[in-house]
Design a binder for this molecule. Structure first.
Ligand code: COA
Ligand code: MG
Length: 290
């Protein structure tokens, strides 16, 4: 799976921002056709995204396209326009059922067959951002093998349940937690909410670190200022990589002598800690740090 520590949105009708996104070293750039684009610019967004996919060099940055929700009336034209230009993945918003995911996955499969592309080469990421989506998250999480990640949309979710967004975010905490747990259960990435105050770096750093501590693998972002801070928050620190290496080394030594639990720096180490250490190294590797 592509590393998606930061997933940067930009309006699909804004070629200047797409060009900029390609220069930022961000893990994923998501060209939007949904809520970041005015109703009378949907067509323009499709054409601009095709142009971007065909002409802009993104380097290691993944090129995602966010279509409109299933049932919006835009989704078929969105897919039929951008899929022939082979984006690296599709982001589907306002997902509320397994059928919606399966419908889009089936459309992508048909394109892959028609163009002779490799099967399942274009992954899908599902945004869960309504009360119904959260209730049905289990069936969504295991709906299709093309699905690589669950994304939590906090602003839409808060609006849907009638919550008022606060800085502490307790009103969306339970839903965030459900997204992480279901993603973990079905081997998917979990991508955290947007921090909309793009001038508040300290607030962003705290929220990104909290998301990483909760188990998210990455975070959605909306401004170039947010790229480095968020990617750092989702990259294991040198200290935690070193600690993880020691844990695994000692674990392997102790296994040969038949010892399950042991002490390192005054802390008890057993299987769950070893598994956590393996995850740290996996993330460090995905981030290109080791
Ligand atoms: N992606 C790429 N480049 C972006 C960007 C983004 N999301 N947001 C801003 N930039 C660029 C601007 O074009 C500008 O580049 P320039 O100096 O070459 O002109 C530079 O970064 C600084 O931008 P700034 O002036 O601080 O912001 P802005 O007022 O132009 O834009 C927003 C503010 C919020 C409108 C903009 O950040 C944005 O469009 N974000 C994404 C919105 C979106 O996609 N929403 C839907 C998903 S939640
Ligand atoms: Mg949304």
């Amino acid at each position: 799976m592509h590393s998606r520590r930061a997933l940067l949105y930009m309006p699909g009708d804004d070629l200047r921002k797409i060009r900029k996104a390609a220069t930022l070293g961000v893990d994923s750039a998501c060209m939007d056709m949904e809520d970041g684009v005015a109703l009378n610019h949907k067509k323009e967004a499709r054409f601009t995204i095709i142009e971007a996919l065909n002409t802009i060099e993104f380097g290691k940055t993944e090129r995602l396209a966010r279509i409109n929700p299933v049932g919006s009336g835009f989704e078929i034209d969105d897919l039929q326009s951008v899929l022939p230009a082979h984006p690296d993945g599709i982001v589907l918003p306002k997902v509320e059922s397994a059928e919606q995911v399966q419908w889009v996955c089936n459309q992508i499969s048909q394109f892959e067959q028609r163009f002779g592309w490799s099967n399942l080469g274009i992954p899908l990421l599902a945004i869960v951002e309504t009360a119904l989506g959260i209730i049905n998250i289990r069936e969504i999480a295991c709906s299709d093998e093309r699905l690589e990640g669950l994304i939590f949309g906090s602003e839409d979710f808060a609006g849907d349940i009638g919550a008022i967004r606060t800085r502490e975010g307790w009103e969306v905490f339970h839903a965030r937690s459900l997204v992480i747990t279901h993603a973990a259960a079905f081997n998917l990435q979990a991508i955290d909410m947007v921090y909309i105050d793009f001038q508040d770096n300290e607030g962003l750093r705290q929220e990104a670190l909290q998301g990483a501590q909760m188990g998210f693998s990455g975070k959605q972002i909306i401004h170039p200022n947010q790229v480095n801070l968020v990617q750092e928050a989702f990259t294991p620190s040198d200290d935690s990589i070193e600690f993880a290496r020691q844990v695994i080394e000692l674990f392997e030594q102790n296994q040969t002598t038949g010892t399950g639990a042991f002490a390192l720096n005054g802390k008890m180490i057993d299987m769950p800690i070893v598994k956590a250490a393996e995850r740290v190294l996996l993330r460090a590797r995905a981030a290109g740090k080791i």
